[in-house]
Design a protein. Structure first.
Lengths: 275, 275, 275
């Protein structure tokens, strides 16, 4: 029996996520449900895309991912089911899938058309649960929708490339307050060709990108003599994106990369390579 | 095997919820446990009632709902188990069940009396887990308590009805900062008889109640020319209550209905119908 | 099949916890995963130790506890697997296990040495999941590491004892804002020998320690005439530690013991016994 995951902006307090799980278990007693996140900022499509993109690959092929962000059915927001990389995604066609499919071609996209059979005040509960359970039972996408060829595209979320320069932006602030950019390592290597570089984001600059956080620390110096906590660094994060970080930061106390560098969602981060 | 759900004010950080799940799995290896919410405001009975009331109906009949809010056993707060609408509820008799049972009669209420057999510093863990697992194994309520006829009643949580007027109040602020009132659609229709009306809450007024959020948006106007984000509206929410909302609000950034209208728990919301 | 639990500082929003669960289910379809907490303050080893210490005992013997706090592999932070009290703990050797093992001797400690077989950007996902699934399948610790005799010790987390005096400190602030100290009831009884005492923490003093919160309330006085909400009290909490509390406090509204007493992590709490 496949896994159904949930990524929503419902928050942790309201009844929404619990009600959705009850509805799934009411249809399929033996299914596994995994919460990926219910703390996406309300209606924040880019955040949701970043989270689901980095989580789904750990799940077995055939998993079904419900994305409950800005999912009310409107004339401009159809409901879609997408088969991509062996995984099923159920969401509104509000642009989120275009962020997830940047490097991958969906194998199949259908516009869900079961709405006449479902009374829907609460689309995640009413529509997506029905579709997810249908797929989990082995049902095909054709039964719940009609195939479409395109999805809504969101622009401005990929970095611009000029001669010797990449101009990206802040994609996500993580739980440690670290600043994740939209600049992937692959692009950096392709444009930079191994040349020296300077990363600039507001007033901070970096000339090295580490492979992991602790590479920025000199463990040969005794711990009471070395710069460590609060040290600023750039790394390739586990998702392959350029991240601007503070070593062992705590946003609740000493501040984080986001607050200390003054960097928030969509702020510019650029890399200049020496010719 | 039935499902056990948890609704508490334990929060997401402390060990309490994890410990309760460990205790349940220690008794019943194959049970399903679903978190409905651990983020109820501390000791906030009305919030907990709203959350559980809107979540439990999605679960299969026979589910067992542990409510860990203000659950210390005291001379005034007995522990009870209630069979209602085919579901079991375990909680303290602090008034919460009277909010859940407004329209429904419990089939059976017992005062739990296993406390002499259980050492209890932590009643959810010690008492409610024992009782829940007993019920999940198919045990009867009679074994764990003695039947009682009444429960503690909380007043002032239902709207007052005058000629051509309903005076209700704010029941809940949801994750989007939207303001849920205690005025159900059924009551509105019964009192209003289809006449024009004005909803007043502090300084905001509404003359229409939509069926869903996007009904307030004019999709015939191009999206860059129409009023949309930040638009105020009243809707019947998915739970059937009057809700005062801001379209696509984000409490963390631009503000929410609650903060923008200045409406908080128990503030007055009234509806005047034209005669 | 044993249970795998997760205690981390990943937060509830990011993809980390979801990705870890996906990776576990990818290896073991039928495993049970329980979130103990993902809301430990970033890199806060003492908080994590308090949470896991109070949660793990409720789980069945043989459970496997992944602790994802400060878990990057460095020359100073090896990865270890510890068999203690019938439970398995997987974490970095950053001192956290020394806080959990204060009263207990581990049966076996191994330094995990599978890193050459695992590409690791994200040690919880890459290394701890592998080891946890190995143990869950019945594998031995010897296959994934080499036995070591000692672990990193963290000092200063146990109270000092003088003649007629215990000097402890604040260990944890719970969801209700109550102040948990590091002074266990056992130590109090051993040093105090039943003599009268005064607990002093900043400017507040207590001369009684209750067995439970409601013991501080005089239920013989009618509820509208008695001091109740907001009453300060000291109790032995369900984990056996001295806790300084406010009866039915709500940190979001009226304040909590922590804010009202001005007590935070590591602040001093002392007990003077009369001779």
């Amino acid at each position: 029996m496949p896994i159904i995951t949930l990524t929503t902006d419902f928050g942790e307090k309201d009844h929404f996520a619990g009600a959705v799980k009850g509805a799934i278990y009411s249809e399929l007693e033996d299914i596994k449900i995994v919460d990926i996140s219910h703390c996406v900022s309300p209606f924040h499509i880019a955040e949701a895309a970043y989270i689901i993109q980095n989580a789904y690959k750990s799940f077995p092929k055939g998993s079904i991912h419900i994305i409950g962000i800005d999912s009310e059915l409107t004339p401009e927001n159809k409901h879609i089911a997408v088969l991509l990389d062996g995984h099923y995604f159920l969401c509104a066609d509000n642009g989120i899938m275009s962020l997830i499919t940047q490097d991958l071609r969906p194998k199949k996209i259908v516009e869900i058309n079961i709405h006449d059979r479902v009374l829907s005040d609460f689309p995640v509960l009413d529509v997506f649960v029905k579709v997810a359970c249908h797929i989990a039972r082995g049902g095909t996408l054709d039964v719940i929708g009609k195939e479409i060829s395109g999805i809504k595209e969101l622009k401005d979320f990929t970095p611009a490339v000029y001669q010797n320069q990449i101009v990206g932006s802040v994609l996500y602030i993580d739980n440690y307050g670290n600043v994740v950019t939209n600049i992937p390592k692959k692009l950096f290597e392709k444009v930079g060709l191994g040349n020296p570089f300077t990363i600039t984001a507001r007033t901070v600059k970096f000339k090295t990108v580490y492979a992991k956080y602790s590479d920025a620390i000199d463990f040969d110096t005794p711990s009471d003599k070395r710069e460590e906590d609060g040290k600023k660094l750039a790394i390739w994060n586990a998702s392959g994106f350029l991240e601007l970080a503070i070593y062992k930061s705590n946003p609740q106390t000493v501040g984080s990369a986001s607050t200390l560098f003054g960097l928030y969602f969509r702020d510019t981060v650029k890399i200049d390579f020496e010719p």
